[in-house]
Design a binder for this molecule. Structure first.
Ligand code: HEC
Length: 194
């Protein structure tokens, strides 16, 4: 190839390169590249664990936090008769079919030393705050699939509020009643979930 031919070839490549660059620039101007704030197509990735995924979708029980302060504690004590076949509530009470329940509000779930819990309860985690007691007592096996507490649940929200208000008193020092903020948050969460 003579020198002229080589130059032409070189000029050809140069031109092609420039056109390519110009093309890329033009494309950028016409279709600006920016990061999307959100994926255009939402991919639902559940944040819950495999155990929670397996749980049936249960409607959250009606909120009770706002009811605790004015609950009927005597009625709660009467309701505890539904539990005493399996539980003792007194200080120093032993486990029966179920674990002892003195000091249960805010205690760790499955935390009664030496009691043979189901794997479901032993591995559940968290503490028995008012909201989780509400959910558990409404329908134990829906809230905690695999629990060995054979109890159908307290269907009526007033029964659960009375029961839990009485439970709260079966303690060395009753747990604080829910704050106004906690009550608002529970009501808000319930409004969107159910
Ligand atoms: C037929 C027996 C039975 C009845 C009735 C029963 N329970 Fe239970 N309860 C159990 C058993 C068994 C467990 C342990 C469950 C497990 O390990 O999954 C349990 C666990 C619990 C726990 C969790 C305790 C912990 O240490 O984490 C609470 C709270 C509780 N029961 C409250 C009640 C209340 C309140 C009532 C009455 C309204 C009631 N139970 C009625 C048998 C019963």
């Amino acid at each position: 190839m003579d020198e002229l031919g080589f130059n032409k070839l070189f000029a050809g490549f140069l031109m092609a390169g420039l056109l390519l660059l110009a093309g890329i620039k033009l494309a950028e101007v016409m279709v600006p590249h920016s990061d999307l704030a959100e994926n255009a197509y939402k991919i639902e990735v559940p944040e819950t664990s495999a155990v929670a995924d397996a749980a049936p979708v249960v409607k959250a029980p009606e909120p009770i936090l706002a009811m605790l302060a004015d609950a009927d504690i005597a009625a709660g004590e009467k309701l505890s008769k539904k539990c005493t076949a399996c539980h003792l509530f007194n200080a120093g009470g032993d486990a029966k079919v179920g674990p002892a329940l003195w000091n249960i509000v805010n205690a760790a779930k499955g935390g009664s030393e030496g009691f043979g819990y189901s794997a479901a309860l032993a591995g559940f985690g968290g503490a028995w705050d008012y909201a989780s007691l509400n959910a558990f007592l409404a329908k134990p096996k829906a809230y905690m699939p695999g629990t060995k507490m054979n109890f159908v649940g307290l269907k009526k929200v007033t029964d659960r509020a009375n029961m839990i208000a009485w439970l709260r008193q079966q303690a060395d020092a009753p747990a604080a009643l829910p704050s106004a903020d906690e009550i608002t948050a529970e009501t808000a969460a319930n409004g969107t979930d159910s």
